[in-house]
Ligand binder design. Structure first.
Ligand code: KG4
Ligand code: ZN
Length: 334
């Protein structure tokens, strides 16, 4: 089954063709340069850029896969979770194409896309498993009982982990997006240089929180001359605090559900220290950990096409009245 995936939930305009788990094309037009000068994503700017780009990105996804429009058998689109103006662009494009081509339209939750990014990368990864999806817009722990069957175990109560990386990088004047910059800088820093707080670390809840950590870092260095700050030490110590919380909460979730497989996905899943710590702790715990290949960690449309293929197997099809829902919960297939 040849599925076109469309993803415009945030600042990447993406389209991909996936045929039964094989990625034929995966086109991503990044808006990073556009938003970098603001130190974060400006929703209206993102939506307008999607409008400008979406047609070309879809065409490129079809052309680079050496396919014709008429060969597409289904269209999967991110319609839930993200910036409403951005989501609407993808949804409108997907509806027009599904109507014109007379093929099924499948509505996908952005988090479900990230869950499928790892399934696409590691087709042998077993279910059930616990999935940590961690990026700039979300940090969520999900029990994946089976394909498209979910139980949300925990969520961030405030900032997403990637958002905290971005805000600390902005505060330190390092650029945007902050995650990869802090990841790189922390190699030269001492992770125990500062003992930053690890919110909710030892509590029983599977919810997470990063806003207190962010504020603690900012308060410690506010008003100081940035030229004198030990930036690599701050980066390494901050990153260590985030990693400690993410790893321990995920292990706690896996123990609670009695699973021996952990999936880590989303933009922050490319983080070097996060991967290293997960690998060490999971080895000690006798748990297997899986990460998507790096280009499938950040937002892309191949993961949306993969999720769409799975939902379609359950017979789930959306109507042409499909709307964009920025805060919709992650739901199992019916
Ligand atoms: O999944 P994604 O592309 O978009 C969202 O759904 O948000 O993730 C982007 C986020 C940004 O916050 C970025 O700073 C973070 O992922 N990120 C990283 C790394 N690479 C990207 N965070 C920490 N370490 C990295 N290496
Ligand atoms: Zn994402």
């Amino acid at each position: 089954m040849l599925v076109l995936g469309i993803e415009t939930s945030c600042d990447e305009t993406a389209a991909a063709l996936v045929a039964d788990g094989v990625i034929l094309s995966n086109v991503i037009a990044s808006q990073i340069d556009l938003h970098a000068k603001f130190g974060g994503i400006v929703p209206e700017v993102a939506a307008r850029k999607h409008v400008e780009t979406i047609g070309y990105v879809i065409k490129e996804a079809i052309d680079s896969a050496n396919k014709r429009l008429a060969e597409i058998e289904a269209i999967a689109v991110t319609s839930k979770y993200g910036l409403v103006g951005s989501l609407l662009v993808g949804v409108a494009a997907a509806k027009s194409l599904a109507y014109t081509l007379k093929v099924p339209l499948i509505s996908i939750h952005h988090i479900e896309g990230h869950i499928f990014a790892n399934i696409l990368s590691n087709p042998k990864m077993p279910v059930p498993h616990v999935c940590l999806t961690v990026s700039g817009g979300h940090t969520m722990l999900v029990y994946v009982k089976d394909l498209c069957q979910y139980e949300v175990l925990g969520n961030t109560l405030d900032d997403a982990a990637g958002e905290a990386f971005d805000k600390i990088a902005k505060f330190l004047g390092l650029g945007f997006p902050g995650g990869p910059i802090i990841d790189k800088l922390s190699v030269q820093g001492r992770k125990a240089a500062f003992n930053f707080p690890r919110p909710l670390w030892r509590s029983r809840t599977l919810d997470l929180s990063f806003s207190g950590l962010k504020t603690a870092v900012i308060n410690m260095f506010k008003g100081k001359d940035s030229g004198t700050l030990p930036i690599p030490d701050i980066a390494a110590s901050f990153q260590e605090a985030v990693v400690d919380v993410l790893v321990s909460k995920t292990i706690q979730a896996a123990r609670q559900k009695g699973v021996s497989t952990i999936s880590v996905t989303g933009g922050v899943a490319t983080n070097r220290r996060l991967r290293e710590t997960f690998s060490q702790i999971c080895h000690q715990e006798g748990v297997k950990v899986f990460f998507p290949r790096p280009d499938l960690c950040t937002d892309n449309a191949a993961m949306i096409a993969a999720a769409g293929t799975a939902r379609l197997k359950y017979g789930e099809v959306a109507g042409l009245d499909l709307d964009a829902l920025p805060n919709a919960p992650l739901e199992s297939v019916i």
